[in-house]
Design a protein around this ligand. Structure first.
Ligand SMILES: NC(=O)c1ccc[n+]([C@@H]2O[C@H](COP(=O)([O-])OP(=O)(O)OC[C@H]3O[C@@H](n4cnc5c(N)ncnc54)[C@H](O)[C@@H]3O)[C@@H](O)[C@H]2O)c1
Length: 312
């Protein structure tokens, strides 16, 4: 038995060594094979592999990106980064003055659409404008806000229902409205070599997981955004569209305009490392990585310097 095994293995070894008949191959195939046979750690081999893989990445350059809340904070940083990477960008925001100013400053490949993300017609008009600029492939949802309020006040008064509804409408329904309409536009584009048509990035908050006292409405809406990430990714997989959510910690944006410096210092102090508030471009860097990395899908990523919000 052992002798037979040794003989089989010797036969196999011999078969491997036997020269194989040359099949006719084109010059391009011969060149490619020479590179593949070389060490991929060599500069030529590495460049070849990177180039091959790159065709399968979602390309920011020459794509059209729609960014809600693009006139301020995290959205504005995303607009600037995607535009700098060669995308055409459409800022969807209610802040007409600031939106127009940013679009004018960026110049070519940038447009502002006066949009209310909670309105079906308003978003449809903005998406139509984006489609006129080219292939819509990227959608980043940053429009959002919140108001503090406990489930019952100190005197037992229940949370104002209208405020709760307003928060759900803006943060959850607004995100779904834009994501679903953008997905419709993205699904009409041609896929890249990897079968991918585009990517949707939604913005939750770490309040979805560590909601503090007074954040019941805000945390509920952000939990909703986290909750729809996987089913939306599953819905859209057939169209080659990925869906990811970012859950930021505390970032230095105008959303904290109402707070005192002392409160902001307090927010920074509880962040383990780096012990400061996030910089909006750090959020935008993550958006870029999500867009370019085809294997990120259906998940929420925290970006928070390892902070976990205490109850208050
Ligand atoms: N900054 C943070 O620390 C932080 C942390 C966690 C989550 N977030 C979330 O990130 C997102 C962006 O926050 P930010 O800090 O950049 O806020 P921001 O206030 O700087 O910007 C929000 C933008 O959304 C726009 N907007 C509001 N309602 C709108 C509507 N109905 N239609 C269209 N545009 C509308 C505003 O005009 C503004 O330009 C929000 O969803 C927020 O909840 C922020």
């Amino acid at each position: 038995m052992a002798r037979q095994k040794a003989k089989d293995s010797a036969d196999l070894d011999e078969a491997w060594r036997r020269p194989r008949p040359e099949r006719p191959r084109s010059a391009a195939t011969r060149a490619r094979n020479r590179i593949l046979a070389s060490d991929y750690r060599s500069p030529v081999g590495a460049a070849f592999l990177v180039n091959r893989l790159h065709c399968r990445f979602m390309q920011i350059k020459d794509s059209v990106a729609v960014v809600t809340g693009g006139a301020s904070g995290l959205g504005e940083a995303t607009v600037r980064r995607l535009h700098a990477q060669g995308a055409s960008v459409v800022l969807l925001d209610k802040n007409v003055e600031r939106g127009n100013a940013i679009a004018t400053e960026l110049g070519a490949r940038a447009a502002f659409a006066d949009t209310d993300v909670t309105s079906g017609e308003s978003v449809a008009a903005a998406i139509a404008l984006a489609q006129e600029m080219g292939n819509v492939r990227i959608c980043v949802n940053c429009a959002g806000s919140g108001m503090a309020g406990r489930t019952i006040g100190r005197d037992g008064t229940p949370h104002d229902l209208a405020t709760f509804e307003w928060t759900v409408k803006l943060n959850l329904i607004g995100t779904f409205n834009v994501a679903s309409q953008a997905a419709g536009a993205i699904s009409k584009t041609e896929p890249n070599e990897g079968g991918e048509r585009g990517v949707i990035v939604n913005t939750a908050s770490i309040a979805a997981f560590d909601g503090q006292i007074g954040q019941v409405a805000y945390a509920a809406t952000k939990g909703g955004v986290v909750g729809m990430t996987l089913p939306m990714a599953r819905d859209l997989a057939v169209s080659g569209i990925r869906v990811m959510t970012i859950a930021p910690g505390s970032f230095q944006t105008p959303i904290f305009g109402f707070t005192t410096q002392e409160m902001q210092d307090g927010l920074a102090a509880i962040v383990p490392f780096p012990s400061r508030m996030g910089i909006p471009d750090e959020y935008a860097q993550l958006v870029q990585q999500i867009v370019e990395n085809p294997y990120l899908n259906g998940e929420t990523i925290r970006i928070d310097g390892a902070v976990r919000f205490p109850p208050k």
